[in-house]
Design a protein around this ligand. Structure first.
Ligand code: DER
Length: 224
């Protein structure tokens, strides 16, 4: 359907920003899946880049396609990271982590010279209202959930369909905060940054430089 088509179109479009010799942070999620597929074709055709993955899934997918992969600690720097996003507001503040990868994504993003997000148009909203993912340490996560509830942050531990807790690549749990609207993401981030047991939240503030939004009539390039 339309959204799937837009993910494929923007994924293929964004590969044009990847040039020979670059070290590229490779994001995770269904939009990025299309970019990795296209990047694999360009590498086979001779494009010479190094990829730094943001999840085990992306690492395996890229390696399977012959994209040279290096661990973040084995490169000198990352020129550009391209990733998806779950929601982006009018100030270009984003929520990521719908795919439970936001910790490694944020580590790669905050070690990148430039960051680009590629999204279908449903991701662009005036005010953030997507559930904010938190990566949390399993030990004490129920106590943490109670504390978040008392703060009125409407937390919910994330389960898989089989009823088990979702485990991240770092083997932690995810708690999602269901809030009707987030008018001040900076304030919420500050509240979360001080809570013991929260490894990282999915509020990506003042991180992105360029956003490509896919519309039916083509891509819109936003310089944040
Ligand atoms: O987890 C993430 O942040 C991913 O980037 C993901 O949530 C992006 O969503 P997508 O699958 O719609 O591209």
């Amino acid at each position: 359907e339309i959204v799937k088509q837009q993910k494929a179109q923007v994924g293929r479009e964004a590969v044009n920003y990847i040039h020979d010799g670059m070290v590229i942070g490779i994001g995770s999620g269904s939009t990025m899946w299309y970019l990795v597929e296209e990047l694999g074709k360009r590498v086979k055709a001779g494009l010479n880049i190094i990829g730094v993955p943001t999840s085990n899934f992306t690492k395996k997918h890229a390696e399977k396609l012959g994209i040279p992969i290096k661990d973040i600690d084995d490169v000198d720097h990352i020129d550009l990271t391209i990733d998806g996003a779950d929601q982006i507001d009018a100030n270009y503040q984003g929520i990521k982590g719908g795919g439970a990868s936001h910790l490694m994504e944020k580590i790669v993003a905050t070690n990148s010279t430039k960051n680009m997000w590629i999204v279908d148009e449903t991701k662009m909203v005036p005010t953030l209202n997507y559930p904010v993912p938190l990566e949390v340490i399993p030990y004490g996560s129920k106590q943490l959930e109670k504390k978040l509830k008392k703060m009125g942050l409407n937390p919910r531990l994330r389960y898989k369909d089989n009823g088990e807790f979702v485990r991240t690549d770092s083997n932690n749990y995810i708690i999602d905060l269901y809030l009707p609207h987030i008018n001040n993401p900076t304030k919420l981030a500050e509240q979360l940054d001080t809570m013991v047991g929260i490894v990282e939240h999915g509020l990506f503030l003042d991180i992105v430089n360029t956003i490509i939004v896919q519309h039916p009539d083509g891509p819109q390039i936003i310089e944040a």
